[in-house]
Design a protein around this ligand. Sequence first.
Ligand code: SAM
Length: 190
Amino acid sequence: MKVFDSGMPAEAYWNSLFDIPLITGWLNLNGISEPIVEIGCGYGTFTIPIAGKTSGKVYAFDIEPAMVECTRRNAEMAGLSNVKVLVRDVIEGGSGLESGTAGLVLLFNILHFNDRRVLLQEAYRILKPKGIVAVIHWRKDIDTPRGPIVESRPDKEMILDSLKGLDLRFGGNERILEPYHWGIQLTKLE
Ligand SMILES: C[S@@+](CC[C@H](N)C(=O)[O-])C[C@H]1O[C@@H](n2cnc3c(N)ncnc32)[C@H](O)[C@@H]1O
C-alpha cells in the first residue's frame, strides 16, 4: 500500500524544502552503528548525504521504481558504493532485513497515515538494541509550501501513542528542523 499523499514534486524543489546539513547533523552519525536504513527514500535526499558520511552499508527502500532508480543514480553520481536501493512495499511486505541488525532507521515524511504503527514496528524489528529510529515530518503549526494535508500530519504525541507495546524509548531528543519540519529520535531498549 502506497502511503496516500506521498507523491513527490520535482527533485530540486523537494530538496530545497529542507536544511539537509541541519538534519544530517541532528542524526549525530558519529555515534551510530551500521547499517543505516531509510524506508520510503524518495530521491535519496537524505540517503545520499548520509551514505557519504559513513563507510557502512545504507539500505534504501521505496515502493516507486522511479524513486529507486533516481536514488540509485544519485548514489552513482556521488561515487557511493555503500548504498543498496530496492523497490519494496514496506507496509505490505516489510523490509526483508534481518531482525536486530540496523543501527539507525529513518522514517522521514512517511508516517502520515493511520496505520503508522506498521512501519514503526518494522523499524523496531530490524533495529539492534540501542539502535535509533529517527522520525521527521512536516510541521502543522505553521504554513508550509508542501506536505500532506495538515489533518493527516502526525505530531510527537501521535507517534508516541503508536508505540504502545514496542520497547522504543523517547529520551527527549526532539527538535524543530527549520524551516518546515520537526523530528524525534527513539531508542530501542536493550
Ligand atoms: C514524501 S516521500 C519522502 C521521501 C524521503 N523520505 C524524504 O524525506 O525525502 C515518501 C516516499 O515514500 C514512498 N512510499 C510510500 N508508500 C510506501 C511503501 N508502502 N513502501 C515503501 N515506500 C513507500 C513514496 O513512494 C515516496 O517516495
